[in-house]
Design a protein around this ligand. Sequence first.
Ligand code: ADP
Length: 219
Amino acid sequence: MKQNFAIIGLGRFGGSICRALIESGQEVLAIDSNEDRVNEYMNIATHAVLANAQDENVLRSLGVKNMDHAIVAIGEDIQASILVTLMLKELGVPYITAKAQNEYHGKVLEKIGADRVVHPERDMGKRIAHNLVSKNVLDYIEISDDYMLIELKVTNPIFFNQTLQDLNFRTAYGVNVIGIRRGKEIIISPKADEQIKEGDSLMVVGSTVSVERLEGKMP
Ligand code: ADP
């Protein structure tokens, strides 16, 4: 379904969101106060506008309130990010995603009504660290403070040619296997009689403690 997005701030974060949304066929109004940035996105975004988003009249005249979703991707200028988020909220934008620079900034954005607060640098740092510590962790998503989803390469032969039932993942490791990647194929919601093969990677969900215990089995 086609949706209208407004992106405020065309730095690396806002810019890559803009490109990805356009590639998936969405409409994007991109706003930045820096002329070079706007020129860069002139032929990429549906509309790219040079404006200071801290000016409420600018937001009104651009019709931002008619957008389905606004993304506040202002980086360094925390004050501007907070003010713009607040104004978008007051204008009645149905869904606002805002990028936080740090935990305090994130808390403020949540308090003033951002529907989703993202911490891209923090989260990417954690993901990369995880991958550095354990090279068999192919991907990693924190679901909450206590739960995570990881994709883990199976390197321990004790798992090879065993079914999920034989291995008794849920009881023995406290995790749920939600997918198995085998070459180009992904087996989603594998059945209990699915056998794990050498070269597979497992997508598992579980508590951080359980998942890390399973990671420890893949040296
Ligand atoms: P990133 O970490 O995503 O690269 P940057 O700080 O480089 O973040 O980018 C933020 C962008 O937001 C910059 O292009 C900047 O010009 C833009 N920006 C900052 N304040 C405003 C504002 N008040 N109105 C519009 N754009 C703004």
